[in-house]
Design a protein around this ligand. Structure first.
Ligand SMILES: [Zn+2]
Length: 315
């Protein structure tokens, strides 16, 4: 049993608390910390945001700890984000996989696209203002969970652009790096956005936050595709003929969705969205149930564009 464990700060990523534990433990290497916390050293590439073996950790916490696996999952990992667009059984499987010692890939269970598409390396993000305020309030900075959610480019508290730290999110090697002034370097040429893009991206931040904190029971990707078709028919972009044949006005659709979000916002979220005249969107629209990985951000953009409201669409 651990002799101590740091108290989790509001919206702190669990990895961040583990990293603060590492510092206080005085352990000479990360592996020793891993063994103390989890009883073994995990090679999961995504354990920074989707930490597994939580049952062991919680049982191992000091006697008076009130901590629960559920609280850690819901409030201190990216589980709620990845649980979106998973049907209840799949979400349960993800939860179960994170609770136990996992031998397979958590990314597969969470249906996350792996970095094979040549995406740039991802780093833990931070908000310069939170960094400053947390240091004042708690005596140390920490990694916020919300800042690590894909598609969230702004700090929801301060409305400023999040910066990349130099701590990699996906890594085969074990590491526990607490946020610090050394790895959170504030660069002066922060990306700036036009007011229009700023508004769009801030709205998206709020939508993603809403989705994470809501409890919609997702009905599956086939259902999702049928919903998309229904909205497209209503918008006059899709015609369905007897026998299952259909005609989709891809050009008009791309134009409308590009106008709705603006090139700049889409580029900032994922450059793939603006390439090849919106083919990526169309692929998600009409073939989403064929792909083993789910691009949640593209779906959120689509839902908002088609239904104008995330809540209305899912209820
Ligand atoms: Zn902030």
């Amino acid at each position: 049993m651990l002799s101590f464990f740091p108290t989790l700060y509001p919206d702190e990523l669990l990895y961040s608390t583990l990293a603060r534990y590492h510092i206080r433990s005085g352990n000479k290497n990360f592996k020793q910390t891993d063994l103390e916390l989890f009883g073994y050293s995990s090679q999961q590439v995504c354990k920074v945001t989707l930490t597994n073996n939580l049952n062991y950790l919680v049982k191992n916490l000091p006697l008076r700890s009130q901590q629960t696996v559920d609280n850690l999952l819901q409030n201190h990992t990216l589980y709620p984000f990845y649980a979106t667009f998973l049907i209840p059984q799949e979400a349960w499987l993800l939860k179960d996989s994170m609770s136990k010692k996992l031998s397979g890939s958590i990314l597969e269970v969470a249906k996350v696209a792996t970095g094979s598409s040549g995406e740039s390396k991802k780093f833990l993000k931070f908000c310069p203002k939170c960094l400053e305020e947390d240091t004042q309030q708690y005596g140390e900075p920490y990694w916020h969970r919300t800042h690590q959610v894909p598609g969230i480019l702004f700090c929801p508290i301060h409305g400023v652009v999040l910066c990349d730290s130099c701590v990699a999110v996906e890594s085969k090697g074990i590491h526990y790096y607490a946020a610090s002034l050394d790895n959170c370097l504030v660069i002066t040429d922060v990306k700036s956005f036009t007011n229009q893009a700023l508004k769009t991206l801030l709205t998206l931040t709020n939508d993603i936050n809403l989705l994470i904190h809501s409890n919609f029971a997702f009905k599956g990707l086939v259902w999702l595709r049928t919903q998309y078709q229904r909205y497209l028919v209503n918008k006059g972009l899709l015609q369905i003929f007897p026998g299952g044949k259909f005609k989709f006005d891809e050009y008009a659709f791309s134009k409308l969705i590009f106008d709705f979000y603006g090139q700049e916002s889409l580029e900032a979220l994922n450059p793939k969205l603006t390439q090849h005249q919106g083919k990526y969107f169309s692929h998600c629209l009409l073939g989403c149930d064929l792909n083993p990985a789910i691009d949640r951000i593209t779906h959120i953009l689509m839902v908002k564009f088609l239904a104008n409201s995330i809540e209305a669409f899912f209820q």
